[in-house]
Design a protein. Sequence first.
Length: 185
Amino acid sequence: MDRQFNLRRTMTIPMGGQEPEPEVQRRVDGRTLWSGGAATAVVAALIALVGILVCRWLFTIPILAPKRDGAWGDASTAGYVFASAAVALVATALMHLLLLSTPRPRVFFTWILGLATVIAVVFPFSTTAPVSQKLATGFVNLVLGIAIGTLLGEVSARATQRRVIRRSYPESTPPPSRTPDDGYR
């Protein structure tokens, strides 16, 4: 019995979780992110233009302008196209900020852009325009939100590199351990 106690006394009992937690560092390539954001802005502008033309030419729905303005509409068409591109650039800036500052940035971006898209889809229904115009505008806004979200999500994945850094204890200090003499049994 004495021998067992002495044997236990000289053994060390490792404590669970002694290794420090690994640190994950994220590096964002701004050039890749912003060139992808610029390309997304071009795609968004073209989606807006195509959406307006399809609504006016195929369905003869005067989205954003009265019928008398023709298929190309008036200045509001150009404003809608440029606003779509600007929204894509603002979304790129938001993604860049989230990548630099938050954990799980793509989750937050998806929620923010998803809710902004819902607002853009629902907003036309607050106007006095006919239901067909409301539906057409809401649909174009929905396609724009989905396109901007998916494109920037993929661009941000490509522009981000993750590196896991495992820290270890310094050579001079061994990891802490417990022995039965420390009062632990």
